[in-house]
Design a protein around this ligand. Structure first.
Ligand SMILES: O=P(O)(O)OC[C@H]1O[C@](O)(CO)[C@@H](O)[C@@H]1O
Length: 447
């Protein structure tokens, strides 16, 4: 079976000859530091060999819990934010029907996401929509104290119990959280909810292959064994025994650092399939939280093409030359649709009659690639044979291991996120949270 394939030729051509190759020893050192646990953030390396450590029995347990939720719920709300949200949504949207929430699909529950914002309208409208629904909740929070998620869970737990009764609610509320600490753990133990553990040594943005991602994905009806199988294959293909020139993660990490050092400060991940929109959101957190520190790091951006060619296309073609693109290109769509004939041919498109819609999409992609490279935008291309669970699993692990290597090349700790605390501290001070008295006083003097 084919694997995802990385092509860096149209990016490396923007660098001095030999630049990528010159990273070989530094990449090797980064790989060794990850493997030996000697890099910064070495207490968060549990994701490194996670795919190969997942057992069939563990996946059966995930599936069994998902089956209960699927049988008892027409809607499942997945509450979580950041790494406790984006991976599940990325996979579910990539694999699902584009109009899933509009389909009266009796076979699969509708999956909704919440706990990822503090929008009053959003939460009001969600709880209002759920009023006459048989719904369940998967509450996902490693710390168990994240405000957005905790607020949402408070609302949903009360509503679920009110609508179903406490006993029945107990069967459809699941907590995914720390083994020992945090509000979600205490709540799960007290209420007797089914719970899954997020390992201590796996940070949120690297946690999609733990129950954080696997449970919602199984609830949505997708094959978590295939997903993990794809990740396992990439763990092998990106292993440190694979030579530098043949190792896609090593090559990707090297070329993007080469580009960064040559002044390309922004990486735009591009898709030509709208279903990959949230995959790019997941990627943005993975790379943004991992590399954006010590006043360093490539800014991770994303565009959906061809949609955004009609909005951001101008900037990409002719704006400041500080960008490069990483295109995720799906080789074969899951469905077939032909360009229809039209008697009047008012749009002049009869020359496309009988062609697959994807043939047109592929020429848009190729034309864009040539135009952007001509316009000074280095282009990395990752081709994905099909948009299925197996290849999404490959993409996930590929980007994770490349991120670990890349962060080490950048000489930052890729596994912490101290900067995220700043807004929380101010918010709690402004809200007069007990324990923040001094901060509250100080911040009010600045207003
Ligand atoms: O799972 P938790 O603890 O609710 O955290 C959610 C997200 O919040 C962050 O800690 C940042 O605030 C992310 O790193 C994490 O993915």
């Amino acid at each position: 079976m084919k694997n995802i394939n990385l092509d860096i030729t149209k990016a490396a051509q923007f660098l001095k000859a030999g630049t990528v190759e010159a990273y070989e020893s530094r990449v090797k050192a980064a790989q060794e530091a990850l493997e030996n646990g000697t890099c910064p953030g070495n207490d968060f390396l549990g994701w490194l060999h996670l795919p190969s450590s997942i057992t069939p029995a563990f996946l059966d347990e995930i599936q069994a819990t998902a089956d209960i939720l699927r049988a008892k719920c027409e809607v499942i709300v997945v509450a979580g934010i950041g790494g406790s949200y984006l991976g599940a949504r990325a996979v579910i949207e990539a694999l699902g029907n584009s109009f899933a929430w509009l389909l009266q699909d009796k076979k699969n529950p509708t999956i909704l996401f919440a706990g990822n914002n503090i929008g009053e309208d959003y939460l009001f409208e969600l709880t209002d929509y759920l009023k006459d629904k048989k719904f369940g909740v998967i509450n996902i929070s490693k710390s168990g104290t994240t405000t957005e998620t905790a607020l949402t869970f408070r609302l949903l737990k009360k509503q679920c119990e009110a609508q179903r009764g406490k006993e029945d609610a107990r069967d459809v509320i699941v907590e995914v959280t720390d083994a020992k600490k945090g509000a979600a753990r205490i709540c799960a133990d007290k209420e007797g909810y089914k719970s899954f553990i997020i390992p201590d040594n796996v940070g949120g943005r690297f946690s999609v292959l733990t129950p954080v991602g696997l449970l919602p994905i199984a609830c949505a009806g997708f094959d978590v064994k295939e997903l993990v199988g794809g990740a396992q294959e990439m763990e092998r293909a990106c292993g440190m025994n694979v030579p530098f020139a043949e190792n896609p993660a090593a090559q990707y990490a090297a070329v993007r650092n080469g580009l960064y050092n040559a002044g390309k400060k922004i990486e735009i991940v591009v898709n030509y399939q709208p279903k990959l929109h949230f995959f790019a959101e997941w990627w943005k957190q993975l790379y943004g939280e991992s590399e954006g520190k010590d006043h360093k790091g490539i800014f991770p951006a994303a565009c959906d093409f061809t949609t955004d060619l009609h909005s951001m296309g101008q900037w990409i073609q002719e704006g400041e030359r500080s960008i490069f693109e990483t295109v995720i290109s799906v080789e074969e769509p899951e469905r077939k649709l032909l360009f229809p004939h039209d008697e009047e041919n008012l749009d002049g498109l009869n020359f496309l009659e009988g062609k697959r819609v994807d043939d047109v999409n592929k020429m848009a992609e190729l034309g864009t690639r040539l135009a952007h490279v001509d316009g000074g935008v280095p282009n990395i291309r990752i081709s994905v044979p099909r948009l299925n669970a197996y290849y999404i699993g490959q993409l996930i692990y590929f980007f994770e291991i490349a991120c670990g290597i890349s962060g080490n090349l950048l000489q930052v700790n890729p596994f912490n996120q101290p900067g995220v605390e700043a807004y929380k501290k101010n918010m709690f001070a402004l809200l007069n949270k007990p324990g923040y008295e001094a901060e509250s006083k100080a911040i009010r003097e600045r207003l």
